[in-house]
Structures are given as structure tokens and as C-alpha cells.
Design a protein around this ligand. Sequence first.
Ligand code: KG4
Ligand code: ZN
Length: 371
Amino acid sequence: MRILGIETSCDETALAIVSEHDGRFVIEQNILASQAKTHAKYGGVVPEVAAREHAALLFPLLYQMDIARDGKGIDAIAVTAGPGLVPALRIGVELAKTLAWSWHKPLVAVNHLEGHVYSVWSLEFQAPSGASNRHEAHLNPVFPALCLLVSGGHTELILMHGHGQYELLGMTRDDAAGEAFDKVAKLLGLPYPGGPEISRAAEKGNPHAIDFPRPMIKSGDLDFSFAGLKTAVRVFLARKESGQNFARLRRASVGQAGAKKCPLLGGVSDIAASFQQAVVDTLVGKTLQAVGQVYPRSVILSGGVSANGLLRKTLKDKLHDVDPAITFHAPDLSLTGDNAVMIALAGLFKAKRGEFCDPLTLVADPNLRLA
Ligand code: KG4
Ligand code: ZN
């Protein structure tokens, strides 16, 4: 089976073709145009601007594909139908409906979060010569698999019982983890998207400099809350501004190159490192609590925040300490953010189950749920 994937749920315009050969999945084409620079000007994604960019980009990108004229050679089309920004989702969904109808191809509606889950499946990249390279040889997850899904819009613990079978164990009650990274970055004067900026700044900081809270870590359930942590950073900054925390920060910065010359720089990196540590401790702590309750055979970390090096390493190491038999899976770094490869792959599994939708009636759903 060969499938076209289309992703426009947020600020990445993406198209990909994935095929299956005897149980191996091959990325034949992977096209991605990021709008991050456009939205950085506004400090976050502006839905209407994202939609306009998707509309302008989709056809030129599609015409880079060999199937563009008539869809010959593909068996189905998969599109992100939600969740996401509704004006942005609509552009991809309407293109997919039009192509499915005019090319007479079956259409698969994919949940964006299901796409993130499938981003950890073993994929091979096709070289221009036509040969396939196994990018990172690893085993696929085994069911039941516990998924920690961390993105800009979602923070969820999901138990995957089998392909397409999901049970929601816990979710954020307010901000998503990625959203917290983005908002704290803004408070620190770092550009959008904030996640990579915070982790870069944190490399030079002391993660134990400031004792930020680990929200809801003892709540007894598997829910999260990150709004309070963001407020804790805001309050800390306000006090620092008024001088109360300055001495403490200077003490924490001692020994760091340049900290004496530029105390504020040391301050930002210490705040970034301490905030990142609090988020990671919370995410890893809750995931290990879930492991103790549902005894998964695999743990999957995915979504944009899964690019975070500290989170990847801490979860992998702590999981190994708890039970080395549980396999750990995180996406290749090229597939942590939004992309169409994961949509094509999730769509491929749905197509194999015959889960198609009607191109005349499919509607983008910004609140589409996985479970
Ligand atoms: O999955 P994604 O690309 O888009 C959504 O579906 O939301 O996730 C984007 C989020 C942003 O909030 C971004 O700041 C965060 O992922 N992110 C990171 C890192 N790289 C991206 N957060 C923490 N550390 C990173 N290295
Ligand atoms: Zn995403």
C-alpha cells in the first residue's frame, strides 16, 4: 500500500508519501514547510495567518510530488481532521476531499494525536537512488503501550491496547507542556517557539537554582496542570525585578562562564534550567505512576516536546531503573514536530482496517478526541 499524507493542523504545511512492503514502512517523500518564522513576529501562531499560508503553499508543494497530476500510484489519501486550529485544518481537509473525489481514491481522516503516536514506528527513508536506509533500527512498541503525548496543545497519558485502540488515563487540566514552554520563553524574552529556546538556554543553567513546584505530582490521579508553574515563573521574575531574588540568583550562577560579567544571562539560563527540570520531573513522575498502575510492555514518548533532550533521557533512564523489560520509544528527531509522515503512517494502519470516510461529508473537527 502507498498512501499520501496531508498535515495542516497548526503552523507546518506538510505532505508525505509512505509505503508498506512486507511489513516495512518506507518514507518515499517527506515535504515540510514551516511557518515558524512568520508566527514568531506575533509571538505565537495566528490561526487565520496559518490558514492563508497553508492555502498558498499546498499546491506548489503537491506539485513537487510525482503523483501530483492524477494521483496514479497511490492507494489512499490520509489527512489530519483534528484536533488543531480550525481555519488551518480546513485547508488540508478540503484539499484532501477534492483530491480523493477527483482521483477516485479512498480517504482516511486521521487524528493528529494518533499521528504523533505512530511517529515512533520504525520507518525507512528512501534514498534518491531508490534504495532504502533504515534510519534508526529499533523494535516497534508492544501492546499494551503507554503513551506520553506532549505537544503545544496537548499533554495526555494514553494507554494503547492495540492499533487504533486508545484509553485516556490522564490529561492536562489547563496548559499543555509545550504551551508552558512557549509562555515561559515569552516571559524570559525568548522567541517563539519557546521549547527549543528554553532547552538551549537551560544548557548553561543550574537546574537546582530555583525550586519551582512539580504541579499535581501527588494528586493521586494521572492529570497534569502547568498553568501554576508558569505563574510561579512570572512571580519569581516579578520579585527578581524588585531585587528580592537577585542575591539568590547570583549565588546560583557562581562558577558559570560569563555570569559575573552578565548576571542577567546567568539568571535566564538558571530560570530556564529550573523550569525545564520541574516540567521534566512532573512528566516523568506521572508517567512512572501510570506504569505502576497499568503495567505496559512499552512506553511511547511523542509530540513536539519529545524533542527535549532532558525529557527523553530522564524518561528512558528512569523507566529502565523501574523495569528494564519495558521498551522505550521516542520519534527520530526529524519527526518529533508536526509532519505528514506520521499522518500517512497512522492513515495506512487505518486504511488496512478499512476505516475510510466520505469525501463529501468529512468536516475538520478542532476538538477531535483520541479516546
Ligand atoms: O507537536 P507540535 O510540533 O505541535 C503541536 O501539535 O502542538 O509541538 C509543538 C510544541 C511547542 O510548544 C514547542 O515549544 C514544543 O513543542 N517543543 C519543545 C521542544 N521542541 C519543541 N518543548 C521543549 N523542548 C524542546 N526541545
Ligand atoms: Zn502536533
